[in-house]
Ligand binder design. Structure first.
Ligand code: 4AD
Ligand code: MG
Length: 480
């Protein structure tokens, strides 16, 4: 008797063997055919029961959603649509699912809207779509670790609770154990955080970069891959309050090297899923095709999902300076026809997602790396260029997504960094340890942050970030 997952059964060469599987009933038809799934693959295995010899009460309990334990013989299938099936010799219902209740949930086998699926996020992984997304997500995260491992990086666990605001944007969730109703106060009447758990104000991290820098300056090449938190009130299809970020950081590497690394890395992980997640990708490709059909003709993508993924592999990312991009945008049709919500008039403005998408999808028609941004729209730690007004920043823009990566060469000169912090009112006491890096053997170093969910969006073709993470955290939403 072979106990195995359905994925393993499909890979079996020998037929007519006794097998044993456990899974959930997807559907049961003609009192005879169970479509069984156990999550190991998108594909269901057909289990054929002999209803005449089966106890009627037991037969009734085989319904969509029920957990069952099946033993039988793996044979070549008589019917169309599958190579093998199981001729059931014994069936045990491990957990019932009342059809009456199931009919009100997303478990009933029919099409459901993604919004409806979000309302039942504890069940949605049982749907084909979410099964496929989550297997792909897992595969991508494995590929991330494999890439860095193969390239001599050390995996570094950055702290989740910190006292600093790495991005300087003030979008942090406070971490405290003080009594919200009756907090200790200072003489001037403010909350006295010196009495708090850590003896200071702390928050959930927005990025592990600053800590990763300290380790890069010891181990050479490191990367983080962990949850990060942003209390920005942006209710968009691309923002989460809790998301996973991958942040490599490399000593002695400049911005050029950083771009090369990011491009090579993105291509590797995409190639990995193209090779290893064939079934799930094929399913998601069909899903996307259906979704595209419901869009007006001029908004439809001309490429299928796998074509898009291959397109990224086959083309060099276009490297363009911020200044060049501004010129292109200023002279673009949508800008002249006042189609942009935020018109581009002068150098120095921050780019909005509509501009990023214009550059990628309409102008260059390939992934774009924008670099050398104005200093005052970027974080304090980026290295100042000789012109005194731009910094060695880079953002990677992807079709359908916009910004997928943000990174930079770091300011390694102590005095320049101190000036920058002073100008932005960032107290030196708060980041004394970060400044120390520039005192003891400072060196050129660079890194970037990849928003993991944005990568999963790209690889799955999903258009809402809430649908590529098991439990999305967004403003006004932390159910489950
Ligand atoms: O551009 P960001 O803010 O850069 C940093 O945090 C740097 N410390 C990274 C570094 O250099 N080590 O964020 C990096 C990426 C973005 O490009 C985006 O993909 C993603 O993180 N991201 C978000 N993803 C989902 N929801 C949000 N609210 C996000 N904010 C940023
Ligand atoms: Mg950014």
């Amino acid at each position: 008797m072979i106990k195995s997952t359905i994925a393993e059964l499909f890979a079996q060469e020998i037929k007519h063997i006794d097998v044993e599987v456990k899974g959930w009933v997807k559907s049961f038809r003609a009192n005879r055919f169970i479509a069984l799934n156990d999550g190991s693959t998108l594909r269901n295995i057909q289990c054929v029961v002999d209803f005449e010899s089966m106890d009627e009460a037991l037969l009734k309990r085989i319904s969509t959603g029920a957990a069952v334990h099946i033993k039988g013989s793996l044979v070549e299938s008589q019917g169309k649509g599958q190579d093998v099936e199981i001729q059931v010799t014994s069936l045990e219902v491990l957990g019932d699912a009342d059809p009456e209740l199931v009919s009100k949930t997303i478990l009933q086998p029919k099409r459901h809207s993604l919004e409806f699926l979000r309302e039942q996020a504890h069940l949605r992984a049982r749907t084909n779509t979410f099964g496929a997304i989550m297997r792909l997500r897992s595969s991508l995260s494995f590929a991330v670790h494999q890439y860095f491992h193969n390239n001599g990086f050390n995996y570094m666990h950055a702290p989740i609770i910190t006292g600093s605001d790495a991005e300087g944007a003030g979008e942090m969730f406070r971490v405290t154990t003080l009594d919200p109703k009756n907090p200790p106060l200072t003489k001037s009447g403010e909350v006295d955080y010196s009495k708090d758990f850590f003896g200071k104000e702390t928050n959930l991290t927005v990025s592990g970069q600053l800590e990763a820098e300290t380790y890069a300056m010891a181990l050479g090449k490191v990367y983080t891959f962990g949850p990060t938190f942003r209390a920005e009130n942006s209710n968009t299809s691309r923002h989460l309050a809790e998301f996973w970020m991958i942040e490599p950081e490399v000593a002695f590497m400049d911005l050029e090297g950083n771009m090369d690394l990011a491009e090579d890395f993105l291509k590797y992980v995409i190639a990995y899923v193209l090779k290893n997640n064939v079934d799930d990708l094929a399913f998601l490709e069909k899903r996307l095709e259906q979704e595209e059909k419901s869009k007006p003709q001029n908004e439809r993508s001309s490429m299928s999902l796998t074509e898009k993924l291959n397109f990224v592999l086959d083309n060099n990312f276009k490297r363009v300076s911020y200044s060049e991009a501004i010129d292109i945008l200023r002279n673009s049709k949508p800008n002249k026809k006042k189609k942009f919500k935020y018109p581009i008039n002068e150098w120095g403005v921050d780019l909005q997602s509509e501009h990023e998408r214009f550059l990628v999808e309409k102008h260059f028609k390939c992934p774009v790396i924008l670099f050398d941004y104005p200093a005052n729209i970027k974080a304090f730690y980026m290295r100042l260029n000789e012109d005194g007004k731009t910094v060695r920043a880079m953002d990677i823009l992807f079709p359908g997504i916009g910004e997928i990566v943000g990174g930079s060469q770091r300011e390694e000169r102590l005095e320049v960094l101190k000036e920058k912090m002073a100008a932005l009112d960032i107290p030196e006491e708060e980041l004394w340890w970060y400044l120390d890096l520039r005192t003891y053997g400072t060196a050129v170093h660079s890194g970037f942050g990849l928003g993991f969910e944005r990568l999963v969006m790209f690889a799955t073709g999903m258009s809402n970030i809430r649908d590529v993470i098991p439990y999305p955290r967004t403003p006004q939403n932390a159910e489950f």
